[in-house]
Design a binder for this molecule. Structure first.
Ligand code: SF4
Ligand code: SF4
Length: 146
């Protein structure tokens, strides 16, 4: 049986391999978001980064992603309030909030496809950001992420 390291290690204590394996490849963090400046509420849209592979929901330039998108985020264990920028299903956010992973998480299901089968990933549901005008993005706010 696989060691459930996410139950025994804090985010700070994880190895790089363990840390990376927390990502379920849902692709949700690659959706554009809009923040209400007054309330600081985050709204997700169905507009995804143009580089995202829409089938695998993974970044083809992961290691060099900031060369392609300078403001693409790198998640850190001490992110604190910034975890709000991640969807509520994201393992990094869940663990930072002391919550368990969902059953569909590949680390629990043992199946990398389970995130798609459970309807959590963004596969087949997005527009590319080079197809949507900046002043149209507010029309793409969605409720199926959070
Ligand atoms: S939202 Fe979280 S789990 Fe999903 S792809 Fe992004 S980092 Fe990975
Ligand atoms: S550069 Fe890669 S990781 Fe960053 S938003 Fe685009 S697809 Fe996602």
């Amino acid at each position: 049986m696989q060691d459930k390291f996410w139950q025994t290690h804090s985010l700070e204590e994880m190895t790089r391999v363990q840390w990376e394996s927390l990502c379920d490849s849902c692709g949700r963090c690659c959706l554009h978001k809009i923040e209400d400046e007054d309330t600081e509420e985050i709204y997700f849209t169905d507009v995804a980064c143009r580089y995202l592979n829409e089938e695998t929901c993974q970044c083809p330039h992961y290691e060099l992603r900031q060369s392609f998108v300078p403001d693409c985020l790198t998640i850190y264990p001490d992110w604190g309030k910034k975890f709000n920028w991640l969807p509520s299903t994201c393992a990094y956010r869940l663990l930072s909030e002391g919550k368990p992973l969902f059953d569909w998480h590949p680390l629990i299901s043992g199946n990398a496809n389970s995130v798609h089968l459970a309807g959590i990933s963004i596969r087949g549901r997005t527009f590319r950001d080079d197809e949507v005008a900046d002043d149209e993005i507010y029309k793409h706010v969605i409720t199926w992420v959070d």
